[in-house]
Design a protein around this ligand. Structure first.
Ligand code: UDX
Length: 432
């Protein structure tokens, strides 16, 4: 099948490479010439395990090419997938300007019976606007569909190859048939629904998982006060088949490019259609307040942050990615600095200076190359992300007289072993 993917961000590049690997002729289109030039040389502008290898392999077979030229990319495409960014607008709703701009640009070049699929996360009602935008610019017969993306960063290639389900939102049997055929090699259950349902399903899935994380964080906070242990509670409730064991890890709140944005968007969307304030707003507030609140309670335990050297381990929002969007570190480090602490950070991949390249660098923060360097002279150590390099490190061995406090933001370490090594251990909702 001739397939064009518009937008070579995270979702676009992974989708292009995976669909090419099924023998489709795929064109990846982006208006960013720099990005396309790099992709032509198989260089991915972000880290994702296995992606560069797959990209190179598919480019060598000739199944996958990249371009900035709309005419070249659209004229023979049977299916066009839009995977451009939908950042949040100031009022919290999805800003659809890039989706609409790509629809305007593709419309004049569409082939007869082409299917335009929106993969970007968009609110219900977007396909009507898409129909209007394209209809004003072409006379050919075209179709629209919504196929939301559920991949996770850090395992995006695997998730795309082995999804739990494929959700296809369309209105015509011929469109369902063609998109089902395209997704057949994935051997995943296909859920055929109305476009509005597909769009809401994406918001519902992300908002549910964000709610679940917020819920377990709240239970962990209660445990702090009553002597119960959150890890024991998770073990006690997970065997209930209605509940299950996934997405049950307490922490400093959810981050990344999707959960925070999608929860806020769902809240704003709800207000925009007259449904008023709702639980999504509250979930967002709880998540945003979490880090300042936790740091304040730790501050009491260790007698103030002022003049303390803190080793902050883990800068990305989760392991196996260099993505720092809404990561705990981006909230923790500025608070520590504002309270007069000195920060020595470490991450196996993420680069603080690159992320903050437009801002002034703080004098009191230095990113170190190794965990040992970050711990040098530190009084407090804080593990924010469950990178294997961090959770596999021998902190008992690294204990010094100066290094007293161990903050375990993901409950990844054995409190007893660390206490035995002489640390004052602070986890989340764990009896200490
Ligand atoms: C998420 C969705 O999982 C994915 O389906 C969607 O397409 C995009 O958003 P992603 O942002 O890559 O994927 O990461 P995910 O692994 O889901 O984690 C999101 C955040 O939740 C991270 O900050 C993570 O640390 C946090 N989290 C996750 C918890 O705090 N506890 C958990 O139990 C699980």
């Amino acid at each position: 099948m001739n397939l064009t993917i518009i937008g070579t961000g995270f979702v676009g590049v992974v989708t292009a490479a995976v669909y090419a690997s099924f023998g489709n002729e795929v064109i990846g289109l982006d208006i960013d010439e720099d990005k396309v030039a790099k992709l032509k040389k198989s260089k991915v502008p972000f880290y994702e395990p296995g992606l560069e290898e797959l990209l190179k392999e598919q480019q060598q077979t000739g199944n996958l090419v990249f371009t900035t030229d709309y005419q070249e990319a659209i004229k023979n495409a049977e299916v066009i997938m839009i995977a451009v960014g939908t950042p949040s607008a100031p009022d919290g709703q999805a800003d659809l300007r890039y989706v609409f701009a790509s629809l305007e640009s593709l419309a004049p070049h569409l082939a007869e019976e082409a299917i335009v699929v929106i993969k970007s996360t968009v609110p219900p009602g977007t396909l009507e606007k898409a129909r209007e935008i394209i209809g004003q610019r072409t006379k050919v017969k075209f179709h629209l569909a919504s196929v939301p993306e559920f991949l996770k960063e850090g395992s995006a290639v695997e998730d795309t190859l082995h999804p739990d389900r494929v959700v296809i939102g369309a209105t015509h049997e011929t469109v369902f048939a063609k998109l089902e055929k395209l997704h057949q090699p994935l051997k995943a259950p296909v859920v055929k629904v109305k476009p509005e349902s597909a769009q809401m399903a994406k918001y519902a899935a992300n908002a549910y998982l964000a709610t679940r994380i917020t819920f377990i964080n709240q239970i962990a906070d209660l445990c702090e006060k009553n002597g119960a242990d959150i890890e024991e509670i998770v073990a006690a409730i997970s065997p209930d088949q209605r509940i299950g064991a996934h997405y049950w890890y307490p922490g400093f709140g959810y981050g990344g490019s999707c959960f925070p944005k999608d929860v806020k968007e769902l809240a704003a969307y709800s207000r925009s259609i007259g449904e008023g304030d709702n639980m999504f707003n509250k979930i967002n507030d709880l998540n945003e307040d979490r880090i300042p609140r936790l740091l304040e309670s730790f501050e009491g335990e260790l007698d103030g942050w002022k003049d303390k050297t803190v080793a902050v381990l883990g800068l990305s929002f989760k392991p196996n990615t260099d993505d720092m969007r809404e990561s705990p570190a981006t909230k923790v480090i500025p608070i520590l600095l504002s309270k007069g602490a000195k920060v020595q950070s470490y991450d196996p991949l993420a680069n603080w200076q690159e992320f903050h390249r437009l801002e002034n660098l703080e004098n009191n923060h230095q990113q170190m190359k190794t965990i040992e360097d970050a711990l040098q002279g530190a009084e407090v150590m804080m593990s924010l992300v469950e990178w294997p390099q961090i959770i596999g490190f021998d902190f008992a061995q690294a204990k010094t007289n100066q290094l007293k406090w161990f903050i375990d933001a993901r409950n990844q370490f054995d409190p007893e072993a660390l206490k035995k090594a002489g640390y004052h251990y602070l986890g989340l909702g764990r009896t200490s």
